[in-house]
Design a binder for this molecule. Structure first.
Ligand code: HEM
Length: 309
């Protein structure tokens, strides 16, 4: 049982709010409920070595588990109706150490503060079927201007043809730390080797509800699915505490390595929690308040789904 602290009380309110709006689906994650696990390996290029002590970003090839998902808290939501997709990677380092890198197909998030997230959830409760109409959206932007860019991006976002053709962003800033204690602000992005491919609205209408999982099964019969890990180096002026803001284009990037997704993972019970704050020596959280908030909400969602079986 997770003890009540000021942080976990906020997180419980967030999970309760999601359940109130979207429903409760016993045994499932309270967000990104539909998803599949895959086996993978990650091979670093070594180019990030001057910046970090983390072994998987230096010279050690590691095993990884990858979970692709659609955002909806309802596991029956058709893939086409949850336009933002997720890619969670758990790297298995030496001596049983793990670390997570969690991305979505959007470079930013809707808010930089847990309190505002709760207020947005409250506002959403008044929308019919959690689907805002135009007037609702105008009011929402007026009340929470920090959310405007993310909501506009979501409206314009097209559905990915395949989990293998999405570009995934870890959204928050982190710090890489090297042996001399030098801390470098960074963001992480996964670039699909297959290229970015999206559906038109007309094409999308003809697709089955679970097209993404089926497509991956067929694709993996032909070979591995690969993603290149880019590490974007922040400048002094780039905010590290605000996931609603993109860093300017053109920042230096390191080609840090290649993730090769090989096959579906044969795992009986999915007990994974892709908490983005689980980090090894050499990577640290930034001062972004959403990161510890995510740690707490993921733990509460996990506790509930585990209890349900
Ligand atoms: C207010 C902030 C957020 C809240 C309250 C929230 C809430 C949640 C919850 C409750 C889960 C299910 C966790 C579990 O049962 O294991 C989840 C999963 C997930 N979230 Fe978030 N989230 C937030 C922000 C973000 C952001 C900024 C990203 C962008 C990377 C993100 C990406 C994901 C992904 C990809 C998953 C699926 C993880 C998996 O595959 O197990 N979330 N989120």
């Amino acid at each position: 049982m997770i003890e009540d602290t000021s942080e976990t009380v906020l997180a419980k309110r967030a999970v309760n709010g999601i359940e109130d709006i979207f429903g409760t689906y016993p045994g499932y994650r309270r967000a990104h409920a539909k998803g599949e696990l895959y086996e993978a390996t990650f091979t670093p290029t070594g180019k990030a070595s001057p910046y970090t002590m983390a072994e998987h970003l230096r010279d050690t090839e590691v095993q990884a588990i990858v979970r692709f998902s659609n955002t909806s808290p309802n596991p029956s939501t058709a893939d086409a109706l949850a336009v933002v997709k997720g890619m969670s990677v758990q790297f298995q380092l030496s001596e049983g150490i793990i670390t997570n890198l969690v991305g979505i197909t959007l470079p930013i998030f809707v808010t930089k503060s847990p309190q505002t997230f709760l207020k947005i959830l409250n506002t959403m409760k008044s929308f019919k079927d959690a689907k805002p109409n135009f007037k609702d959206m105008v009011n929402l932007f007026a009340t929470y201007p920090e959310s405007r860019t993310a909501f506009q991006m979501i409206r314009k976002l097209k559905n990915t043809k395949s989990y293998a053709t999405g570009r995934y962003f870890a959204v928050h800033a982190f710090y890489l730390v090297n042996e001399n204690g030098i801390r470098t602000p960074v963001k992480f992005e996964w670039e699909p080797e297959a290229g970015v491919e999206t559906w038109s609205v007309k094409e999308l209408a003809a697709l089955p509800s679970d097209y993404l999982e089926k497509e991956m099964t067929n694709r993996l019969k032909l070979g591995e699915v690969r993603f290149r890990l880019h590490i974007v180096i922040g400048d002094k002026v780039d905010p590290t505490d605000d996931p609603t803001k993109e860093w300017p284009k053109g920042r230096n990037r390191i080609d840090a390595g290649m993730l090769s997704v090989k096959s579906k993972a044969l795992i009986d019970k999915d007990r994974f929690i892709f908490d983005p704050t689980i980090l090894p020596t050499g990577i640290e959280c930034s001062n972004d308040e959403i990161l510890p908030f995510r740690r707490d909400t993921y733990a509460i969602s996990y506790e509930r789904r585990k209890k349900e079986g």
